[in-house]
Design a binder for this molecule. Sequence first.
Ligand code: TLP
Length: 343
Amino acid sequence: MIDLRSDTVTKPSFAMRQAMAQAEVGDDVYGEDKTVRQLEETAAQMLGKEAGLFVTSGTQGNQVAILTHTRHGQEVIVDADAHVFYYEVGAMAALGGLQTRPLAGERGMMDIAAIEAAIRPDNIHFPETGLICLENTHNRAGGTVLPLSYMAAVHTLATRYHVPVHLDGARLFNAVVASGESAADYAATVDSVQFCLSKGLGAPVGSILVGSSAFIERARKWRKMLGGGMRQAGVIAAPGIIALTQMVERLAEDHARAKRLAEGLANIRGLTVDVDRVETNIVLVDVRDSGMPPEEFLTTLQQCGVLATSFGGTLMRFVTHVDVTDDHIDDAIAAAAFTTRMR
Ligand code: TLP
């Protein structure tokens, strides 16, 4: 099977498994796991923030950040397709007692004037605006990169209104490699960043949340409340260190393969792909013109040995990652061409 459902499906490399076996561990709730400490410090340093926190998943990292920044009854400005709004089980409302203010985005970017208009003035009727969330790269927009200049503009606006900004940087390093900007420059435009070790960077588990020392101290308590106080977590932090220090540059290969996949799929009659939108490792394909029901497209493709995911309606998502080779891309294009001919 060529698994293009997500970059979450990668299996840890031999080096990662070796690092897991040899990791120095301790009880992390007592702050005694040296490997977790090393991972958190390395991450904070790379992102130019004071402190880091190892969390179980991207969802936990985002929600811990949101809970740390806000108070019950506040409002959070999010892009309507943001993962924190669309895919996190309504946690902001359920756990945080927060109201969301979703704004339509273009390539993952909410209009700056629309953000400003959405920030609540001081009025007895209104909730307070507690947070603005950004996502880079933007998953549902097709892995698009938010330019540093856009993030800086949001930062300037948010600072003027004293509203903190959280970045869901699940795939921040894809944005870094695609744009040539540094992770620290991106992180400097926001108050906190969550990024995933378990996606393109290839680690089996975990995400990191970074921010100021005071922010991370409070976040650590929220993580504990959510059941994320892990004990000898060095065994899962060890592959995270490899992910962060050795797996970043190679993301360029995933981007090149995604582009080639997009071009190949765009040449197939019945498939619509906005090739220009493919900036990183995600390819969105619309199968409407193939005349095939979306489920049938996916099952036939699967019978040809290729897995992709449904992205709502007639849209499909293909994601490249470390376990995908050039040959897999050729085979996936051939499988998609065969699939559309089955109609
Ligand atoms: N995204 C997953 C699914 O949940 C959709 C995927 O396959 O892409 N932020 C962004 C932008 C994400 O894409 C994801 C995962 C997360 C946060 C959550 O990370 P996890 O899965 O570790 O909780």
